[in-house]
Write a protein that binds this ligand. Structure first.
Ligand code: ZN
Length: 347
């Protein structure tokens, strides 16, 4: 019996936190190598990609788990919902990687973009079936952004669109049909680039249905009533999406992880960290400040040739002033949560 039950407060625990799925025990201490899907050997072309070689490199690096990325600017498997790499030629890189990982004893989960900019500006002119995926300015013109090594200016994808939301569910199903252990979502949070105001026809209609307001009111930065309605709307959409993803993923016996770099952002979905089995902390100000503080401490010890040590992480998966995580945990790219004392000389 937990404390909520003991004090008769079980009804205050949101339904979505009661999912009984148990992630595999190895996930808590996974040594994961993350394979990026926006650069060689999968972009711009895939002809040099070799799953066996990738697995051997991951093993040589000491990994016991691989995070592979089957969708970047293109899908690297024959997807029915996401544009497929023009040189794919019937290959399925997700299946190739899974087939290489299993005999090597390497765990495998896969990165899934969530409304990432990927289509080059103008691409939808020749592919109108994707026109409803893109974010539009108040005057209806498509919005673009340049990211990832400046490879091209790409359309901003609006994830509140009906067509996109149907497509991403299909993509998750396609992932789950593969022999992988879990699915990881990038940035399902308040990150502005992926969560911008959009004035496309679908958003106009859906926003009006949600709150009765004309979405053009969002063009006025001082219209707080419209702004609040938009926050509530995006949070509702995000929660629906994440719970649907989780139902598909858990339904296939796999685990779910999220990138939650902006979870503490004011615009993020409340308690979204309770939906997946765990999450990645990236570019966290607190992590950065903690390490910088440690280096400052070391700088005081070094001139006197003293040894400096520092705590990285905590004895629990929460810290002061953070909400309790009760059973969830953090996959951190700085080993923040491992509770180790790391000698400053290690840097
Ligand atoms: Zn839109």
């Amino acid at each position: 019996m937990n404390l909520y039950e003991k004090y008769g407060l079980a009804h205050r625990v949101p339904e979505y936190t009661r999912d009984p799925f148990e992630a595999p025990a190895w996930l808590r201490y996974a040594r994961t190598v993350c394979f990026d899907g926006y650069s060689p050997p999968v972009y711009p072309d895939i002809k040099h990609f070799d799953a066996e070689r990738l697995v051997q490199i991951a093993l040589a690096l000491g990994a016991d788990t691989l995070r592979f990325q089957p969708v970047g600017y293109w899908a690297y498997y024959p997807s029915a919902a996401f544009r497929v790499h023009p040189d794919l030629d019937g290959r399925d890189l997700m299946a190739e990687v899974a087939a290489a990982c299993r005999p090597a004893g390497l765990h495998l989960y896969c990165y899934c973009p969530y409304a990432h900019p990927h289509m080059e500006l103008g691409w939808t002119d020749d592919h109108p079936e994707y026109a409803d995926w893109i974010c539009r300015n108040p005057d209806g013109t498509p919005r673009g952004v340049n990211l990832h090594y400046g490879s091209a200016e790409r359309h901003v994808v609006h994830r509140m669109g009906d067509t996109y939301r149907a497509a991403i569910r299909t993509i998750v199903e396609e992932y789950c049909a593969h022999d992988i252990d879990g699915v990881y979502f990038d940035a399902p949070c308040g990150q502005p680039m992926y969560n911008e105001f959009c004035f496309c026809d679908t958003c106009r209609r859906n926003f009006k249905d949600f709150c009765g307001m004309d979405i053009d009111r969002l063009a006025d930065p001082d219209d707080r009533e419209a702004l609040l309605a938009w926050f509530h709307w995006t949070q509702k959409v995000t929660q629906e999406d994440l719970l649907d993803f989780r139902a598909i993923i858990h339904g296939s016996g796999k685990f779910m992880l999220c990138h939650n770099g902006c979870t503490w952002d004011g615009k993020a979905l409340r308690q979204q960290y309770r939906i997946p089995e765990g999450f990645m902390v990236e570019f966290s100000t607190q992590t950065y400040q903690r390490i910088v503080h440690g280096l400052m401490g070391a700088s005081m010890a070094r001139p006197a040739k003293k040894l400096a040590q520092m705590y990285l992480g905590s004895y629990d998966v929460k810290n002061f002033n953070e909400p309790s995580h009760s059973g969830r945990w953090v996959v951190s790219n700085t080993n923040l949560e491992d509770g180790d004392e790391i000698r400053m000389e290690g840097w």
